[in-house]
Design a protein around this ligand. Sequence first.
Ligand SMILES: CC(C)(COP(=O)(O)OP(=O)(O)OC[C@H]1O[C@@H](n2cnc3c(N)ncnc32)[C@H](O)[C@@H]1OP(=O)(O)O)[C@@H](O)C(=O)NCCC(=O)NCCS
Length: 212
Amino acid sequence: MLHRRWFPDHLDGATVVLRRHTRDNLRDFMRWYQDPEVARLTRYQDGPMRAEEIERFFTMRALGSDSLAMGIHVRETNRLIGSCAFSQLDGDNGSALFHITIGERDAWGKGYGGEATSLMVDHALGSLGLHRVALSVFAFNERAIRAYERVGFVTEGRSREAIWRDGRWWDEIHMSVLEPEWRARRWQERAIAEGRAPVPDAEGAVAPNRGG
Ligand SMILES: CC(C)(COP(=O)(O)OP(=O)(O)OC[C@H]1O[C@@H](n2cnc3c(N)ncnc32)[C@H](O)[C@@H]1OP(=O)(O)O)[C@@H](O)C(=O)NCCC(=O)NCCS
């Protein structure tokens, strides 16, 4: 396998920059994870985390070396809006589990989460030479599912009725993207940008080749 630099200082996108967390980010984590809507979308348990849980989570998962966590900053303003991470980094099997939370609600639905996910997947499958990135998402979290699909994640299975929320059972959906799929998408994106491949329609179909 390639020499791996697990922790990049930053990953730069068009609209967001991912940077390693600093201690100061705890203040924002406190606010985000005490928001009931963020808790509804991300937690198995009912209700937000307590302050001491958030502090423990931040120290272990955002600052610690067990997971590769990055703060999500809006490129133009450097505002910190959320966090994303790989846990269960498994070099032997070339896989990682992805997590993302944009804690600032006014930053939802603007493409930031999709781009942050894409940067992390590029890092894992491109720079780190991993083979697979997986994630889990509650079936009611349509915004998240849509964002993951846009980046190339596909559903590989579901834990049926694994979560009780809003008065009913919901499935937990398991998604993943594999390195060959990711490489093919990148190739296609480059080919489209360079005019060497047709642009797919909204359903992903391309016009038939009329040349025979
Ligand atoms: C999930 C999350 C990371 C997505 O990031 P984001 O920046 O909001 O998402 P994006 O703008 O990149 O993409 C959202 C997509 O869903 C669509 N969308 C937006 N709101 C939606 C809604 N309420 N229902 C369904 N689709 C929605 C958007 O149109 C976009 O699709 P498109 O690119 O085809 O137009 C972010 O919303 C978030 O952190 N939410 C709170 C915590 C959370 O849910 N974490 C994930 C746990 S698995």
